[in-house]
Design a protein around this ligand. Structure first.
Ligand code: HSE
Length: 439
């Protein structure tokens, strides 16, 4: 790039986010140029739907259905990858890097799985791979972690980073709906895709948490070690009981530094309703970061959608433009820490995670049942924090007991649950949901 010419962007994919990126770049062109030091323009667009692309961009730039022509085009300075997935997108990003292009991407799946090789290739080539849009859409959490909080030893991060599931959980709570009905509603309103697997099974949130963990602690991306549990098995009943105890259930991405390693997990969790994070409703995202110096900071906003995500993509384009003339060694490192300073802290298995627990037990309503249960918990060193017992339904002789425990190791909770489930007075399996106090 020289200092007079505009920066030429090759846009791969002009669907929702690509369209938003094109629109915002055009609408705010003057302010963006004032910030970046030079204009940033879409030079060429690749999309399988050429008519759609042409309808949006008119004659303002070239349009092609051949994305490899974009990543090898000598006139392109920065490739914006908005195709998604990790097959073609991976080849395109690697080819762009080989050709000396900077890359801006919203593709969390690609980076969570192949980030280590992609960042290494970029480092070697002296180009940047920027990915603010990959985590929490328009919320600048990557920037905050990588730059704003760089004085801190980050202790933990907990986020609501999947809008689809947060919308479904809000619907389940507010309307007392079962999961399947809330999912249908999310699909009807366009919050959930026709195939919602990545969202509802927690995979999308795990991709994002993997990236957060890498940047927070200076470790390689390790999606394969993440514990991933979605919301498909959550029952409206548990959301109701949690509410009676003063908690809301959220799908959290949690990563925590411990002496012996790093916790990296995505699962539904009870959060005290007095916490701001518990009050993030609908499709919104929020990330809570605990640093040793700053304390807790919270980042909130839209985690998806055309212009919110474009906001993050364009912020990266501006950063890349500003940094283009700097020595690559002096740029902000991809994973916040210098590449030769990454640590190989172990990702801990979920059995070693430390959380409190919500346990729901369906039991026979007769003397000694509660005593048996509390004895098992005591034997495993698990302390009870709160308890709720429902009146038995007339004539049925069984009732629900809900217990909240203090923090313990997951393997201790599992051992206790196995013993409790073996009691003759217990009907069904014990329902276990983790609880995060976020203090
Ligand atoms: N599918 C994601 C969500 C948005 O529901 O939040 C893109 O990351």
């Amino acid at each position: 790039m020289n200092s007079i010419q505009p920066v030429n962007v090759g846009l791969l994919g002009i669907g929702t986010v690509g369209g938003g990126t094109y629109t915002v770049l055009a609408r705010n062109a003057e302010e963006i140029a004032r910030r970046a030091g030079r204009p940033i323009q879409v030079f060429i667009v690749a999309d399988s739907d050429i008519d759609r692309a042409r309808a949006l961009v008119g004659d303002s730039c070239q349009v092609t259905d051949e994305p490899f022509a974009v990543v090898t085009d000598p006139a392109v300075d920065v490739v914006v990858e908005l195709i998604g997935g990790y097959t073609v997108a991976r080849d395109l990003v690697m080819r762009a890097i080989e050709n000396g292009k900077h890359v801006v991407t919203a593709n969390k799946a690609l980076l969570a799985l192949y980030g280590n090789e992609i960042f290494a290739a970029a480092q070697q080539k002296g180009v940047t791979v920027a990915f603010e849009a990959a985590v929490a859409g328009g919320v600048p959490i990557i920037k905050a972690l990588r730059e704003g909080l760089s004085a801190n030893r980050i202790e933990w991060v907990a986020g609501i980073i999947n809008g689809t599931t947060n919308f479904i959980l809000s619907e389940m709570r507010e309307k007392d709906l079962p999961f399947a009905d809330a999912l249908s509603e999310a699909q009807r309103l366009g919050y959930a895709e026709a195939d919602p697997t990545f969202d509802i099974e927690g995979i999308d949130a795990a991709h994002k948490t993997t990236l957060i963990a890498a940047i927070a602690f200076g470790i390689p991306v390790q999606f394969d070690k993440a514990y991933v549990e979605g919301i498909t098995k959550l029952e409206a009943l548990d959301i109701r009981y949690a509410g009676q105890l003063g908690y809301r259930i959220k799908l959290l991405g949690v990563t925590k530094r411990r002496q012996d390693g790093v916790e990296l997990r995505v699962h539904p969790a009870l959060v005290p309703e007095k916490r701001l994070l518990a009050n993030v409703e609908g499709a919104m995202n929020a990330v809570l970061v605990k640093g040793d110096a700053v304390g807790a900071t919270l980042y909130y906003g839209k985690g998806a959608g055309a212009e919110p995500t474009a906001s993050a993509v364009i912020a990266d384009l501006i950063d890349v433009t500003r940094a283009a003339t700097t020595d690559p060694d002096n740029r902000v490192p991809h994973l916040a820490f210098q590449p030769d300073q990454l640590h190989d802290l172990a990702i801990l298995p979920i059995e070693e995670a430390e959380t409190a627990f919500y346990l729901r037990l369906t039991v026979e309503d007769r003397p000694g049942v509660l005593a048996d249960i509390t004895r098992i918990l005591a034997d495993e060193g698990i302390s009870i924090d709160a308890m709720l017992q429902k009146e038995p339904e007339e004539g049925k002789g069984i009732t629900d007991i809900i217990m909240l425990t203090h923090v313990c190791r997951e393997k201790e909770a599992n051992a206790a649950i196995r013993k409790i489930e073996a009691l003759s007075s217990i009907r069904n399996y014990v329902t276990k949901i983790r609880l995060e106090n976020l203090q």
